[in-house]
Each structure stands twice: as structure tokens, then as C-alpha cells.
Design a binder for this molecule. Structure first.
Ligand code: UT7
Length: 323
């Protein structure tokens, strides 16, 4: 028998304000056509003034708890992936813990930028498999609108705000690739690529800073590394691309998503795509897509799901799980 971390619930929250591409035509030398054709993005949500990452995260977490039929006091831990926490400290995770009324257990943030949710899932899985928690809320939540340089057309049209969450629960399984739950993880980073995607400020430089990206360079790495990490994770699980029911990729660019599916030999019919509606929500994009994919009736119990993501660091990775 093997302990597995099995998905018991999923949920998401998007801020009310929807911003179509045409909004950017008013202030920047850009067009709806350029943004759609280069990225696949049509609109994105932006948090209201005063609405923070922990606000979005709390609503997504509550939705996941409701979906699982659980109360917050039945959760042992919260792992929250974000690069845009409300404050330098305490963690956004402990703020969510308090807002949910959870007075025991433990909560912490994970920061791996756009790969954050994959890293958070890996951490949560390790805590469950090692017996340090029975039930964990795994959240991805971001307010990237706060770190946009609104004069930089090459970045500010690409990102959005949002949050998604999963409830994972320990379950004894046969220890085979047919088990439900997280079956394998592959994580990677290479700090030599720091300058390809970063924020030019931070606590120890006394600034907040803005996101800077050499988009075409990140694009090149993404196409090369995403299919590779997904295939490595599948191999670790004793599975192959042909076994996959759904790829749920980080939603940064439809061309990267298509390129990765093609390299894995999978048709787009097996890919959950939300980038047109959410833009790139960094660590929130995968749990948002999982939640929307379930709502649409795409992801069903027993389906083999592969998530993969890459972002600042560079940091990248994949998780294979059976829903
Ligand atoms: O989530 C973390 C990981 N991030 C990503 O995965 C993002 C990866 N990168 C991308 O998605 C794409 O590289 C972009 C969507 C950012 C850009 O697409 P691209 O096909 O790589 O375009 P490019 O950066 O090579 O730029 C092509 C042209 C440039 O003009 P010149 O130098 O050819 O005259 C840009 O200045 O497009 C120009 N451009 C724009 N034009 C209109 C850049 N941004 C805009 C814009 N509107 N918003």
C-alpha cells in the first residue's frame, strides 16, 4: 500500500473587473489583433483597488472547501503559491488561514513565480506522503497587475489577477499508475537565466519594482523545457503521453501551449485552455484552469492529468495526477 495525495475539491475566484484587449489600445501602441495573435489572450481580470492576493486566495480556498464538502477546521495545512503576497510578511497563507477561521495546523507561502503551483503541489504531496498532514489546501493566487509597468506594451498586456485552489487528502492506494492522486513530480530551476524574467525591485532594495521580461527568450526556453519536464514526470509515474487525458498547462501563451502539446504528440482536444479569458495569472493559472476544466465537464474522476509550468528563475516543472 502507498499513501497518495488525492484531489477532493477544486475552486477558483476571479476579480470582478474584466479588461478586454481594446482597453490597452487607448494608452499604448498596441492592438487587440497583435495581443490575440501573439499570445491568444482576449481579456483578463484585474483586482479592485484594495483587493489583495489573500482576498482572492481566501475566496478560491472557500470554493475548494465547499466542493470537497469540508470545513476549514478539518484542514491540517495551507500551501500558497504566490509572488505577489499582500505584505513582505507574514505569509499570505497565514492570512488565508485566519480568514477561513482555521486556528490549528500550519500555513506557508511558496515562491516559484509561474511554476509556483507545481512547486506547491510537490510540497503538499511530500507533506501528505510523509504523514505530516492529512488534508492540505493548495492555493495559487496572484495580483500581477500590481507589478506591471503600464508603459511597457511587451509585458502589461499579458498578465492578469486571480486565484485557484485544490483540497488534497491522504488516501491509501495500491501503489500503481492506476491510483488516484499525485503520481509523480518533476521540478527544475536554473538561476543563470535570472535576467530573462524578473522584478526590478524587492525588500532589500527598498522598492516594489516592475516585471521585466525578454519574452522571446522565455518563449524559446518554454517550448524546449515544458514537454521535456512533462515527459520526465510521466516516465517517473510509469506512464506515457498516450495515457494522458488532459494537459493542464500554465496559461502564458497559446502558441507555447500548442507547441508543447505537439511535442508530446497530443491533440489540442486534450488540453484545457483558459488563456483567452484569464491572461497569464502566474501561480494561479494552473489551479484556475483545473477548476474551469472541471466546471466545463472536461476533467472527470479517474482522468490522467498532467500540469506543467515555467517562469522566472528560470523555474519549471510538471505534476502527473489522476483526478
Ligand atoms: O509566465 C512566465 C513565462 N512567460 C512566458 O511564457 C511568456 C513567453 N513569451 C511570449 O509569450 C512571447 O514572447 C510574447 C507574447 C511576449 C511576445 O511574442 P513574440 O512573438 O515573441 O514577439 P517579440 O517579443 O519577438 O516581439 C515582436 C515585435 C517587436 O517589434 P520589432 O522589434 O519586431 O519591431 C515588439 O516590439 O512585437 C513588438 N511588440 C508589440 N507590438 C504591439 C511587443 N509587444 C507588443 C504589443 N503590441 N503589445
Amino acid at each position: 500500500m502507498t499513501g497518495r495525495a488525492v484531489v477532493k475539491g477544486v475552486g477558483h475566484y476571479l476579480p470582478a473587473r474584466v479588461v478586454p484587449n481594446s482597453e490597452f489600445e487607448k494608452t499604448l501602441d498596441t492592438t487587440d489583433e497583435w495581443i490575440r495573435s501573439r499570445s491568444g489572450i482576449e481579456r483578463r481580470h484585474f483586482a479592485a483597488e484594495g483587493e489583495t492576493t489573500s482576498d482572492l486566495a481566501t475566496k478560491a480556498a472557500q470554493a475548494a472547501l465547499d466542493d470537497a464538502g469540508l470545513r476549514a477546521d478539518q484542514i491540517d495545512a495551507i500551501v500558497l503559491a504566490t509572488s505577489t503576497a499582500d505584505l513582505t510578511f507574514p505569509s499570505a497563507a497565514t492570512m488565508v488561514q485566519a480568514r477561513l477561521g482555521m486556528t490549528s495546523g500550519y500555513a506557508f507561502d511558496v515562491q516559484a513565480v509561474c511554476a509556483g503551483f507545481v512547486y506547491a503541489l510537490s510540497n503538499a504531496n511530500a507533506l501528505i506522503v510523509s504523514g505530516q498532514a492529512k488534508r492540505i489546501l493548495v492555493i495559487g493566487a496572484e495580483t500581477f497587475s500590481r507589478i506591471m509597468d503600464w508603459t511597457d506594451r511587451s509585458t502589461c498586456v499579458l498578465f492578469g489577477d486571480g486565484a485557484g485552489a485544490l483540497v488534497l487528502e491522504a488516501e491509501e492506494s495500491a501503489g500503481t499508475p492506476q491510483d488516484r492522486g499525485i503520481l509523480a513530480v518533476d521540478l527544475n530551476s536554473d538561476g543563470r537565466y535570472r535576467d530573462l524574467l524578473y522584478v526590478d525591485g524587492g525588500v532589500s532594495t527598498h522598492t516594489t519594482g516592475y516585471l521585466r521580461m525578454q519574452g522571446n527568450q522565455v518563449f524559446r526556453h518554454a517550448v524546449e523545457k515544458l514537454a521535456q519536464t512533462a515527459e520526465t514526470a510521466l516516465e517517473k509515474a510509469g506512464l506515457h503521453s498516450a495515457d494522458v487525458d488532459w494537459i493542464v498547462p500554465h496559461q502564458a501563451n497559446i502558441r507555447i501551449i500548442q507547441g508543447t502539446a505537439k511535442k508530446m504528440g497530443l491533440p489540442m482536444e486534450k488540453v484545457v485552455v483558459t488563456v483567452q479569458d484569464h491572461g497569464n495569472t502566474s501561480a494561479a493559472s494552473i489551479p484556475l484552469a483545473l477548476s474551469v476544466g472541471k466546471q466545463r465537464g472536461q476533467i472527470q474522476r479517474g482522468d490522467l492529468v498532467v500540469t506543467e509550468a515555467i517562469g522566472g528563475g528560470l523555474a519549471w516543472g510538471a505534476v502527473v495526477l489522476r483526478w
